[in-house]
Design a protein around this ligand. Structure first.
Ligand code: PSU
Ligand code: MN
Length: 321
């Protein structure tokens, strides 16, 4: 064989190996693959809330319940996470258990994805990373608890969640209970406006504050039904604004007492600063502080929030079809 022919053959072998390698980076669960083939409604679910947002053993129970809620409303849940270097879109029960209980699960935002994959590690995905992966797979609707946003004191710390910039670049409709009340909500709302991220309140004129159903800020737009949201999603495509996310703010039904909330938050912020907590550790630290200081009240509210957001996201995904 001539040298050039050998080279060509070697090149082909190398490139086909690369293709196989790239394909194996993403793995779909059986039910998600079937739903995609059938074109039936799918709801993306994030995994950081399971690994870093809720304490064990409730985290696994809530994750399972959320998936069940989505199925009961006629959509397929696609919980997204990375296990041993593979991106999973849809997790089987053993994989869900791994995310909930393994000690080697880090918290991956978009910038961490390639590193975790190449190093064969495991990570739960934040809103930003989950939305990125879901959008790549063509999934349009996503449910979470509370979005990340601008942290208090961000004028000095520069701590602004990558959730915001990610959502300014992705075609995704995300159902959440507003942004976490641990944040600077006014600044977050201003950033959402600057980034042209759509925002509607579900049956409310007030922006919800995660543990609180009213963060103290007005919303301009209000919707009353999943069908109305589906109509907005279709209109976004028609007018060419679907390259940025749409946030559906769904307030929690039973909120935490405001005085108690503010007291726990003040303590948590003080402890975080005394202990020098920074970067991606801040949000899990404050959530954990809430769970222990409120003796389980924040956990039950957080659970309620996620379940209700999963239900609404499923209804939207169904209405879109
Ligand atoms: N919502 C919850 N619990 C959570 C989170 C959201 O109810 O744990 C996670 C999400 O994954 C979100 C992340 O993307 O917190 C934000 O973290 P940061 O502020 O570090 O960007
Ligand atoms: Mn941050």
């Amino acid at each position: 064989m001539e040298l050039s022919a050998i080279n060509a053959r070697a090149y082909l072998l190398i490139t086909s190996a690369k293709v196989v390698h790239m394909k194996s980076v993403i793995k779909y669960s059986v039910e998600v693959a079937q739903a995609m083939a059938a074109g039936s409604p799918i709801v993306a679910l994030e995994s950081t809330i399971i690994s870093h947002g809720l304490p064990r053993p409730s985290n696994l129970a809530v994750a399972i319940e959320c998936e069940e809620i989505v199925r009961s409303l006629g959509a397929t849940p696609a919980t997204i996470a990375l296990l041993d270097g593979v991106v999973h879109i849809g997790l089987d029960p053993a994989e869900l258990n791994a995310i909930a209980n393994r000690d080697d699960i880090s918290k991956a935002s978009i910038r961490d994805l390639a590193i975790v994959i190449a190093q064969g590690k495991s990570a739960a995905t934040t809103v930003a990373a989950t939305a990125h992966i879901a959008a790549t797979a063509g999934i349009k609707v996503f449910a979470t608890g509370g979005l990340g946003g601008v942290h208090r004191g961000a004028n000095e710390s520069f701590d602004e969640s990558a959730d915001l910039t990610a959502l300014s670049e992705l075609d995704m409709t995300i159902v959440c209970a507003g942004v976490k009340s641990i944040l600077d909500i006014h600044a977050t709302l201003e950033r959402l406006e600057s980034l042209s991220i759509g925002l509607v309140g579900y049956k409310t004129n007030r922006f919800p504050g995660f543990y609180l159903n009213d963060s103290g800020f007005d919303l301009e737009h209000r919707v009353e039904s999943p069908q109305e949201i589906a109509d907005i999603i279709k209109a976004r495509t028609l007018i060419g604004t679907s390259s940025k996310a749409l946030i559906v703010a769904n307030p929690v039904k039973t909120e935490m007492a405001k005085i108690r909330h503010n007291q726990i938050l003040a303590e948590g912020l003080a402890k975080a600063s005394q202990n020098g907590v920074s970067g991606k550790a801040v949000t899990p630290y404050l959530l954990e502080h809430f769970h222990s200081a409120s003796e389980g009240e924040s956990l039950s509210i957080n659970t309620e929030i996620i379940k209700s957001n999963c239900a609404l996201a499923a209804e939207i995904a169904v209405a879109l079809k």
